[in-house]
Design a protein around this ligand. Sequence first.
Ligand code: ZN
Length: 111
Amino acid sequence: MSTSRSPGPDEQYCSSCGEVIKQAAEICPECGVRLRDPPGRAASDKKLIAALLALVFGVFGIHKFYLGQRAQGGLYLLFFWTLIPALLALIDAARYLLMDDETFEERYLSG
Ligand SMILES: [Zn+2]
């Protein structure tokens, strides 16, 4: 016989042990399994790193390589002596910082 009750509006089933737990819970109090990462945390960190790389090494396109945009990074590297990539990198850095975490994640981290 099951003693579990059905989850209320702010509750959910634990994906590991099936116990009813709080929707906001990040770690199941029953089995101790981590249910999900805090939202946007990874994206937020990556965004800051990418912006920092763009500001410091942007002329070489390092931030593009960091985000997996190797073709664009290659172009920056090829034309770094024109200093145009330095300008573009400044714009990139500003765009990353102004972009919200979810958009950044969608655009650069997924797929
Ligand atoms: Zn659990």
